[in-house]
Design a protein around this ligand. Structure first.
Ligand SMILES: [Fe+2]
Ligand SMILES: [Fe+2]
Length: 147
């Protein structure tokens, strides 16, 4: 199967979104690792991450590269659907993190937030890695089919 040019462009756009999200996630990590985190900055970055995640998830679920991958390799649809379902869990986790962040900015104790955020980062990294791998598998399958 020959890949339409728009599919390649779409994949690049999503990789850019993944990079942007990864940078935001790391910025917050760095902010929280500081001995005295600047509450306003951390909370503003959390708001930014929340908006970016919602837009990214909507993009992926609506017409993103995961759909292109499924059209190339329908057997990947089960895994893609599981990844889509995880989006709701991440948004719920973001709500909880924003509440923890609000509490930490009042008390000055960021330990609970840092622990919860570390878990979020680990799960989100696994999620994004699984998506990249899924697309890579579909592209490999597509190239084998062309041979
Ligand atoms: Fe996703
Ligand atoms: Fe993603």
């Amino acid at each position: 199967m020959t890949r339409r040019p728009s599919q390649s462009l779409e994949f690049d756009a999503i990789l850019d979104e993944h990079r942007h999200l990864r940078d935001l996630v790391r910025l917050i990590q760095l902010g929280v690792l500081h001995p005295r985190p600047t509450a306003g900055v951390v909370r503003r970055l959390l708001d930014e991450l929340d908006v970016a995640l919602r837009s990214h998830f909507e993009h992926e679920e609506r017409d993103g590269y995961l759909h292109d991958a499924i059209s190339v390799e329908p057997r990947l649809s089960c895994l893609a659907n599981r990844l889509f379902q995880e989006h709701a869990d991440f948004l719920a986790a973001m709500d909880a993190l924003r509440q923890l962040g609000a509490r930490a900015s009042e008390t000055g104790d960021w330990a609970e937030f840092a622990g919860a955020y570390a878990g979020f980062c680990r799960r989100f990294d696994e999620h994004e890695t699984a998506e990249n791998r899924l697309v890579q598998d579909a592209m490999n399958r597509d190239m084998q089919a062309e041979d």
